[in-house]
Design a protein around this ligand. Structure first.
Ligand code: 5GP
Length: 191
């Protein structure tokens, strides 16, 4: 199996708490030319989140400015904050031969589908809704009300599974990362 899939843009959607970050970290150990986009967000950092690593944490005014000058490939509001994908770093990394992954929610993914026809779309799903509830509660970074809001979003995202080329269930992190690697190496939308 080649360790160097062709440059491409992969959009990974998955409910909050499903384990997208963990799966992408495992994928990074298997795929040398992976680059995961760093989004901008107006939500405050969680404990342990480093500015410029998990996200670029910016003000509402800075976010408005990025939208106004069309610097974002897509953006959406999610549970009271705004999130967006800066365009320029994506073009740069694709040009460098990277496989670029966007880890975003459903509305943003739909905008990417409209704006970047070559992008490929994967849904990361939990083994069950109960398990997702458990993971959100265990993470403990959101209040019960915020967890409920994220769970409601999760149900909408999972109901949209038909919009995705692949659905990967995150039961085991290693298996999910292997499945994602196989997806990146597959050529169903190639050239
Ligand atoms: P969280 O606050 O849990 O980090 O993220 C909340 C949701 O926003 C997740 O579903 C995450 O994938 C999504 N998200 C993160 N960055 C972006 C982005 O740049 N654009 C969009 N549309 N959603 C994003």
């Amino acid at each position: 199996m080649s360790d160097h899939p062709r440059p491409q843009l992969i959009v990974l959607v998955g409910p909050s708490g499903v384990g997208k970050d963990t799966v992408l970290k495992a994928l990074a150990t298997k795929m040398k030319n992976l680059w995961v986009s760093v989004s901008v967000t107006t939500r405050p950092p969680r404990p342990g989140e480093v500015d410029g690593v998990s996200y670029d944490f910016i003000s509402n005014e800075e976010f408005d400015a990025m939208v106004n000058v069309n610097e974002l490939l897509e953006w959406a509001e999610y549970a009271g904050a705004r999130y967006g994908t800066p365009k320029a770093p994506i073009d740069l990394h694709i040009a460098q031969g990277k496989v670029v992954v966007l880890e975003i929610e459903l509305e943003g993914a739909r905008q990417v589908r409209a704006n970047a026809p070559d992008a490929r779309f994967v849904l990361l799903a939990p083994p069950s809704i109960d398990e997702l509830k458990r993971r959100l509660a265990t993470r403990g970074t959101e209040s019960p009300a915020e967890q409920e809001a994220r769970l409601a979003k999760a149900l909408v995202e999972l109901a949209a599974s038909d919009e995705f080329e692949a659905v990967i269930v995150n039961d085991s992190v290693e298996q999910a990362a292997d499945d994602l690697l196989a997806f990146a190496l597959s050529s169903s939308n190639s050239k």
